[in-house]
Design a binder for this molecule. Sequence first.
Ligand code: NIG
Ligand code: FE
Length: 415
Amino acid sequence: MKLLVKNIGRIVGIESTGRLRVCGAEMDRLECFDDAWLLVDNDRFAAYGRMDELGEIAADQVVDAEEGMLFPSFCDSHTHLVYAGSREQEFLDKINGLSYEEIARRGGGILNSADLLHETSEDELYAQAMERVREITAMGTGCVEIKSGYGLSTGDELKMLRVIRRIRETSPLEVRATFLGAHAVARAYRGRQGEYVDLICNEMLPAVAAEGLADFVDVFCDEGFFTVEETARILRVGRKLGLRGKIHANELAVSGGVQVGVEYDALSVDHLERMGAAEIEALHGAVTMPTLLPGAAFFLGMSYPPAREMIGAGLGVALASDYNPGSSPSGNMRMVVSLASIRMKMTPAEAINAATLNGAYAMGLSRDYGSITLGKVANFFITKPMSSVEFFSYAYQTPLIRRVFLKGGEVFGMA
Ligand code: NIG
Ligand code: FE
């Protein structure tokens, strides 16, 4: 099956040197190619060239990009999009002055979602999550990481992870699953946090690994949630079972989460609203990708991660949506990319690299996804004609994505 896309105004986000992530000053460079055609062979990028040099190509399907731009699909490396119902009551509580931490301390927040999830059948949970999957697919996401963490008991965590597996098997997205039993201490274990961590290490993690349900293990390492020592213990058990870390760190306090993540070669440390010089230093030369979630800072009215300092120090950063019912009820990666520019002063080129190649890296997927590279999986979208790449970030509410292709096939088209 050969697909030819012709009349492309600009191909954006080409990676021709084989880098698996981009760091520091390199982040501000987006390789582009103008007035182009592009050929997909089966599910992979096979060739591209200039329209005025397009010879005879036998293709099974021809798509006219009508001078729009062609981008690699977003790689959203941090979501919690499997959840039951919603939490707009807490939205009202926040409007009326309560903070995220206060809501959590009163037994709301994540524990509310856990109660709802417990009462929701696996089929219903899958149906609700698939709505969100379809939504983000149409908004340009091609790879997504999804976490458990609203189960908080062995049975309900496995239920969530089985739903994620079903999404992986039935949606066109490339999905990675993360076990996040250490998202909050389950209600039944209130005041017995140590015993809950024992349950995670001795029962949940082995059960998850036995069914092969997760690729990664995550811990909410923050003030009022899990300690550095507990995080290290969970990471050690995860490592023995073949699960790499992806840590929620430094959202509410300078928690030590960055350092413990780096020490255990976590694939990413995420959030990072609270960062000091020591945290940036710890990430220097590490395999760990710092991942910024500006949608959560926006929704909760928190300070934003210091993206400029991090990139200035030579780090690569990834951007992700954190799609979840409590701190970021949106999986719109275009909004994330625009917020990165508006609130963190990342250039549009830096933000696009962060939301594509570096996001793929943060899921261990950048050999096959995250850029327009010959041989990589053909995940891309076509926009309306635009005056520049910057316009894509600037006109942040304009529906610019016209057609979406994943694994070489069209999955969304706007009339
Ligand atoms: O990434 N910070 C912890 N976990 C999620 C929020 C989960 C929730 O409130 O439901 C986050 O922000
Ligand atoms: Fe999160």
